[in-house]
Each structure stands twice: as C-alpha cells, then as structure tokens.
Design a protein around this ligand. Sequence first.
Ligand code: URA
Length: 239
Amino acid sequence: MERLQKVIANAGVTSRRKAEELIKEGVVKVNGVVVTELGTKVSGSDKVEVRGVALDKEEPVYFLFFKPKGVISSVSDEKGRAVVTDYFKGEPERIYPVGRLDWDTSGLLLMTNDGDFANAMMHPKHEIDKVYTAKVKGLADKINLRPLTLGVKIDGRITAPARYNIISVNPENDSSIVELRIHEGRNHQVKKMFEAVGLPVKTLKRDKFGDLDLTGLRIGEYRKLSKKEVSRLLNYKSV
Ligand code: URA
C-alpha cells in the first residue's frame, strides 16, 4: 500500500506536492469515489483517476542526458521548438527534466518520471554539487573570481560560496575558460554569477551533477541510471 499522492507522483503526472493539491481540490478518485484525505493508502489493484483520467502505472525510470545547445528543458513547446523529450521518443514513460538548463546551455540533465526524486534533486537542503564549464569574455584571475568564493548578490540574494578552477586564459581573444562548482540551482545562476564579477558567459556546459558526469555520452545521447547511482544521488554528500 502506498500513499495516494506518491502513487500519482510516481505515475509521472506531476510532483508529489502538486499531487497533494489535486487531492485537496477533489479531482482525484479511488475506485470511483472522490478522495480528499491526503494520507489515503492505495494498492496496485485500486483504480486511481485524476480529473477522470486513469493513471497508467509506470515503473520509475531515471536517465542521464547530454543535452545539446538550442533545446528547451521542457516536455513540449507551443511554438514547436526542440525540447528535451524529443530525444526520448523511444521511451514509453512520461518523463520530464529534473530542473532545467537554459536553451543555450549544453550538458548533463537528469530526466525521470519520478516526481519525488525530481523534487529531492532540486531541494536546496540536498546541496547537490553541480559543476559547469563556462567560456567567459575577459581575463579570469584570482582577484576577479574571488567574490564567487565568498558569495555575490544576484536578484537581491547572496549566493552560497562557490569553488572555481581556471582552465585557460586567452589574452589574444580576451576570453577565459573557468570551471565553477555550485550547489544551488537558481535561475540563470552561473551566468548571473559571472556577470556579477564582470566576466559575461559566452558558452556554458554542465559537466557534473553530484558524482555523475557525461563519460561515454555524445551530445544528444542518454543512458539509464543504475539503482546504485539513483540511491547515491538520494544520499548525496558534498565532497
Ligand atoms: N546557470 C545558468 O546560468 N544557466 C544554466 O543553464 C544552468 C546554470
């Protein structure tokens, strides 16, 4: 027996929190009867409907995707632009991205149909490290990057201390390549952090999420996560 909100979230319909709202709204039925009680437990033989549509029972699945640039981190786009789920047409589950990468950012993006997992990965308390490689305009050095290690103000709030590594500095074309490790996931965070220290981002790639990286994948490819990798992410401890 599982809690109703978990069953709805696991079916890939929505997150557990949203599922709770749906239950409270009175649009969820179990065996034909509206249920508004959050703790209700259901088993595999119970028929669950959300707004009159029966849940297909989906096994949770987890993928690591090498997102190309020029693709939206969404399941659909009203203007018909490329979205990340276009790359998963062969997978029967209703999967969606865990958080988002900007349209022009490439790199590691997790995809799942497990709403609880997605919420856990994005919850600030998990502090999962993400490592990005940014090509920036300007010459990076210890002095101009130092504020990133202390915290910079973006959208009125100071960022958590980040770690950086200068990969290369190219005075001929006034650009640098810098790796940045952060554990927050604010909107356009990396671009805004570099902007705040006067080094605007030209290209951005996410190389790591927790202890996962893109080894073995080419742009646009994906692979399944093993059970061990999923449980390591759920029990993640920063290095
Ligand atoms: N930070 C950004 O600015 N963009 C991304 O896509 C991810 C992190």
